[in-house]
Design a protein around this ligand. Structure first.
Ligand SMILES: [Cu+2]
Length: 144
């Protein structure tokens, strides 16, 4: 019993400093996780669309680049590319773009089905579920 009391006192004296050290170590870690989370869960993004293949009837490749408001690449989004022509009565061409990492998404089965003027829309669902879209005009797609 005589040795029990000093042991308890020693115990509480070492546990408190240990907890303080853990807190000091954990708080900056939480801060970093918070910042990274904010970038990944960007609820706004800039969307860039580019036709990287020939602009002619047939298979085409379209790339979509996503950046957060802070300028960092946004990965893990769902990007669907829709092609419409500027005249009525045509079925839109829809292609899911593959996530290549680094904020870049690329179509694999898009095709221009007719020569003429197209409107390309990227429909984006960000990792946090927010939806955005961006449209570009692609004029004078060549017939073959
Ligand atoms: Cu057409």
């Amino acid at each position: 019993m005589l040795s029990h009391k000093p042991f308890c006192r020693l115990g509480s004296r070492t546990i408190l400093p240990t907890m303080a050290v853990l807190l000091i170590a954990v708080v900056p870690l939480l801060g970093q996780v918070g910042c990274r989370g904010a970038a990944a869960n960007a609820s706004s993004a800039s969307i860039q669309i580019e036709v990287v293949s020939e602009k002619e009837v047939g298979p085409a490749t379209i790339e979509v680049a996503l950046r957060s408001a802070q300028g960092s690449p946004v990965d893990g989004a769902r990007v669907s590319v829709r092609g419409d022509m500027n005249h009525a009565g045509m079925k839109p061409v829809i292609s899911e773009a593959r996530d290549l990492g680094g904020g870049l998404y690329r179509t694999e089965d898009f095709r221009f089905t007719m020569g003429g003027d197209w409107i390309i829309t990227a429909e984006v669902t960000l990792p946090d579920g927010k939806k955005l879209e961006h449209t570009i005009d692609v004029s004078s797609v060549r017939s073959r």
